[in-house]
Design a protein around this ligand. Structure first.
Ligand code: SF4
Length: 248
């Protein structure tokens, strides 16, 4: 019998969550409680649509030519994909049988022992490091970053490629001292291929409201090009490759 998992949604032509054209599977369920979460409807592990591994794989097969010709592959995101470890493991094994590139997009708040079992089937980790400071990480996401930093170190020690992602939230994650610490941490790792700076926006607010919930960052403005350039300038000092979405 094929293992089932809870899927929030699927995107068949993603272009930013890994190299080339990506088939992206957003898993349901997340243990974090990020105040700026733009996918509030992914938190509940009981939500979403139930799918079998076979169903997902037969859909993936339709898009193989696009993935292969673009140097792309499959990205498993969320929510937090590692919450459904049995389903994730079975799915990765089947994707690898198709010889496709695999990426997982994770907060890094994971059980390292369990992760060690799946990492042989993962080509790239998109690591969303929300904050380098443990207390500020706790305030922003509801959990400390201790496990996340250990996971990043494990990836580096085991030569697993990382694209580190950081959401620039004005006044919350863009303080100069914190960005320096984050850049220093990224520099200390051997396998960080790039840093993606993602501007905070409040577009996810309507999801909170449609669920009858109050959006936690009511009065916060969106990040603008000036915020992103300021943070990028710090990363540039450390000669890290930074991908930032700004106008010129
Ligand atoms: S890790 Fe992602 S899905 Fe989970 S709460 Fe944070 S922003 Fe939302």
């Amino acid at each position: 019998m094929s293992i089932t998992g809870k899927i929030h949604s699927i995107e068949t032509f993603g272009t930013v969550d890994g190299p080339g054209i990506r088939y992206i599977i957003f898993f349901q369920g997340c243990p974090l409680r990020c105040k700026y979460c733009h996918n509030r409807d992914t938190w509940d592990l009981q939500g979403g649509k139930e799918m079998t591994v076979d169903e997902v794989i037969s859909d993936i097969k339709k898009y193989i030519p696009f993935m292969v010709s673009s140097g792309g592959g499959v990205t498993i995101s969320g929510g937090e994909p590692t919450l459904q470890m049995e389903f994730l493991t079975a799915l990765l094994l089947e994707i690898k049988k198709l010889n496709l590139h695999t990426a997982i997009d994770t907060s890094g708040f994971v059980h390292l022992d369990l992760m060690k079992q799946i990492l042989p089937y993962v080509d790239l980790v998109l690591l969303d490091l929300k904050h380098i400071d443990p207390q500020k990480h706790l305030n922003l996401t509801g959990v400390s970053n201790e496990k996340i930093l250990s996971f990043a170190q494990y990836l580096s020690d085991n030569e697993i490629s990382i694209w580190m992602r950081h959401v620039v939230v004005p006044s919350l994650t863009d303080q100069e001292e914190d960005v320096h610490r984050l850049a220093q941490f990224a520099t200390s790792l051997k396998t960080v291929e790039r840093i993606d700076l993602l501007p905070y926006h409040s577009m996810g607010k309507h999801k909170w409201e449609s669920m009858g919930l109050e959006y936690p960052l009511q009065d916060l403005r969106d990040a603008n090009d000036i915020d992103i350039k300021k943070v990028k300038a710090i990363f540039d000092l450390y000669e890290l490759k930074v991908i930032a979405d700004t106008a010129a």
